[in-house]
Design a binder for this molecule. Structure first.
Ligand SMILES: *Cc1c(COP(=O)(O)O)cnc(C)c1O
Length: 503
């Protein structure tokens, strides 16, 4: 049975009515004090992050701590915070560090973290209703449209990230363009199979969305790319024509604004023209690349993005906001609402009085009913810094990518494996006398040692069969010296390892 607490006597049966409990602190002053301590600790933690290793292997002691069973008795806030400090805080993923360039994972900011705390304290539900947090999300979506130069009348929704944004966008595409009522009849009512198109460099979340939408991954036709990793338009045109001739129904084209492997941009203008000429939906996956729109010098890359019927992008990648927050914009508000709105009696809303008022209930535009106040960190971050600073730091990241590419190109021991149109650099260590397979193994080992030694955290990809160390720079803390260290350590590790392999 439960452990007896000797400090407390068992409540008498007749005192039950007065023994109502709450989860609020018994001692508010102590909680306030603890809160101050937490804020102090995390500010120091973030301020000094550069001095620590990027990442370290997880010690066995920590794994043991994390296999303890469900707590039955309270241990209190103080001790719990102590546990967090001992067990969790010293072992971050690394993406807050200036030398983290793995996958495409943003850095976050101190003020963003504080905004998360404020959002949790207010704890509103942004599924709907008449309250100011809801208006904050409406304003944030308006700002997102301005940031990307998108239609001011478009609809939008904050979501967990790019994957969910792609799912929402493609759901609206499917439902709007279907030749039947998908919501009532389901896909089995399709008179012919629906197909959609994007390049082989598309992100996996597109395929996940297509599978979830019941279309089947075979419905997603992957079109080859040119030597700069951009979709081949003639191949796309041919595939669509062929599918039509075979009795299929092409309904959507997905354009990439910044591919995950190399940061490539499809020609969005020509994709938009083609899609609309063919009466297809044009969806842009701009998870990080869409934010090129925020920098005047990079805007040319996203030319044509404004013609999309829907755009998916992240704020937790290249806007450096705390994870999770992404956004989907849909040009047609009516189409967006038609895909998701479902209002039973107990959720009926409208009118202009009381808490049930509110013209926009976000639950009408997505899958979630209860929704968190992720809008607050976006709202506060944009106010804190202003959009121009974001534009400068995005541009700074692209300059750093070019600098890294130059360092790679200058080093005879290194080979760059892809063009650098944006913020992603793919390269490898090369050594005489090693075949492709040995080079792949060598570079894999270099990457793992970079991680294990806590030096830097790029990730990897495979390009034309070659293992590439891949740095994707969405980090406002990186400096040029960090890339110099990445290059010198890669060469040092490569030389040491190649020596072992050759001998
Ligand atoms: C990261 C990414 C996604 C998925 O976004 P999440 O926020 O991780 O869900 C989709 N597309 C591209 C191009 C990405 O880089």
């Amino acid at each position: 049975m439960f452990h007896e607490n000797p400090a407390k006597s068992a409540p008498a049966a007749d005192s039950d009515v007065t023994a109502e409990e709450t989860l609020d602190p018994e001692n508010w002053d102590a909680m306030r004090q603890l809160g101050h301590e937490m804020v102090d600790d995390i500010m120091t933690y973030l301020q000094t992050v550069r001095r620590r290793p990027v990442w370290q292997p997880i010690p066995d002691r920590i794994r043991d701590e994390l296999s303890r069973p469900l707590p039955i008795e309270p241990q209190g806030a103080q001790q719990t915070y102590q546990d967090f400090r001992d067990i969790v805080l010293p072992h971050p993923m690394g993406n807050i560090h200036p030398r983290f360039w793995g996958w495409v994972i943003g850095t976050g900011t101190p003020f963003g973290a504080l905004a998360e705390m404020l959002a949790a304290a207010m704890n509103p539900n942004l599924g709907g209703a008449e309250h100011v947090p809801n208006l904050v999300e409406i304003q944030v979506i308006d700002w997102c449209k301005q940031m990307l130069g998108y239609d001011p009348d478009a609809s939008g929704l904050l979501v967990s990230g790019g994957s969910m944004a792609n799912l929402v966008g493609l759901t609206v595409a499917r439902n709007t363009n279907a030749e039947f009522d998908v919501r009532s009849s389901g896909l089995r009512a399709a008179p012919r199979p629906m197909t959609l198109y994007g390049s082989v460099e598309m992100h996996s979340s597109i395929q996940k969305a297509v599978e979830l939408l019941g279309l089947g991954s075979q419905a997603l036709v992957k079109i080859p790319v040119d030597d700069r990793y951009r979709i081949e338009l003639p191949a796309l045109e041919a595939a669509v024509a062929e599918d039509r001739a075979a009795g299929r129904y092409p309904f959507c084209v997905v354009g990439n604004a910044g591919t995950v492997n190399t940061g490539a941009f499809d020609n969005l203008n020509r994709l938009a023209e083609f899609a609309h000429r063919e009466k297809m939906w044009f969806h842009v996956d701009g998870a990080f690349g869409a934010l090129a729109a925020v920098s005047k010098d990079l805007q040319y890359l996203v030319e044509g993005m404004g013609k999309a019927d829907s755009i998916a992008f992240d704020l937790h990648k290249w806007m450096y906001m705390p994870i999770e927050v992404g956004c989907v914009l849909v040009r047609s508000e009516a189409a967006h609402r038609r895909a998701f709105s479902l209002t039973p009696e107990y959720l009926a809303h409208g009118g202009d009085r009381g808490l049930i008022a509110g013209s926009r209930w976000f639950s009408d535009y997505g899958i979630q009913l209860s929704r968190g106040f992720r809008a607050l960190k976006v709202w506060m971050s944009l106010k804190e810094h202003g959009i121009e600073r974001y534009g400068r730091i995005i541009r700074q990241n692209t300059r750093q990518a070019r600098y890294l590419a130059e360092l790679v190109d200058k080093a005879p021991e290194l080979q760059r494996l892809a063009p650098v149109p944006l913020n992603i650099v793919c390269f490898r260590y090369i050594a005489d006398g090693l075949d492709e397979e040995a080079l792949n193994r060598l570079n894999q080992e270099i990457l793992i040692q970079l991680h294990e030694k806590g030096v830097a955290a790029p990730s990897y990809t495979t390009l034309n069969g070659k293992y590439a160390i891949r740095a994707a720079i969405v980090n406002h803390r990186s400096r040029r010296e960090d890339f110099e260290l990445l290059v010198s350590e890669t060469i040092r590790l490569g030389a040491a390892l190649a020596g072992q392999q050759v001998s």
